[in-house]
Write a protein that binds this ligand. Structure first.
Ligand SMILES: [Zn+2]
Length: 152
């Protein structure tokens, strides 16, 4: 099996999958994925954005969590498994399992709040990913102290 070794930035307009998904995934969104036969995880970004600019620091940190998801050999299959188990992009969506760690990290860093994350993931943008009360319970039960230790 191929192990991922890092990542590379790709403009949404230069990426075949992003062009294919254009009718359903806005070209203004960031998206991370890796084909099983590729070594590097792709971080696809809006065409007009410089992904390495300083003001994209928070977005990069979020997307690097997804790079970690896709880095192991089973990373690409994880996404397929979630898509099969939770095939719809709304309600009980598999995206919740991919998004909860990066968003939990944003809360730990003080960049976001549980309320805002629950509203974001439980709203239109994320297809009402998961029941709000369940997301809140997970986010609140996975708090960390200032040293990064889970306070469960
Ligand atoms: Zn994300």
């Amino acid at each position: 099996m191929i192990n991922a070794t890092g990542y590379r930035f790709v403009k949404a307009g230069d990426d075949g999958l992003r062009r294919f998904l254009k009718p359903i995934v806005s070209a203004n969104r960031w998206m991370v994925y890796r084909w099983p036969w590729e070594r590097k995880v792709r971080i696809t970004h809006p065409n007009k954005v410089n992904p390495e600019s300083l003001d994209r620091f928070k977005v990069r940190r979020h997307e690097f969590h997804h790079v970690q998801d896709f880095t192991p050999w089973w990373g690409p299959w994880l996404c397929i498994a979630l898509a099969v188990l939770f095939p719809f992009p709304l309600l009980f969506s598999g995206r919740w399992f991919l998004e909860r760690r990066p968003y939990r990290d944003e809360i730990d860093l003080g960049w976001n709040t549980v309320d805002k994350v629950v509203d974001t993931l439980g709203g239109f943008k994320y297809g009402w990913a998961w029941p709000k009360a369940w997301m809140r319970r997970w986010l609140e039960s996975h708090e960390k102290d200032k040293d990064g230790n889970l306070l469960v």
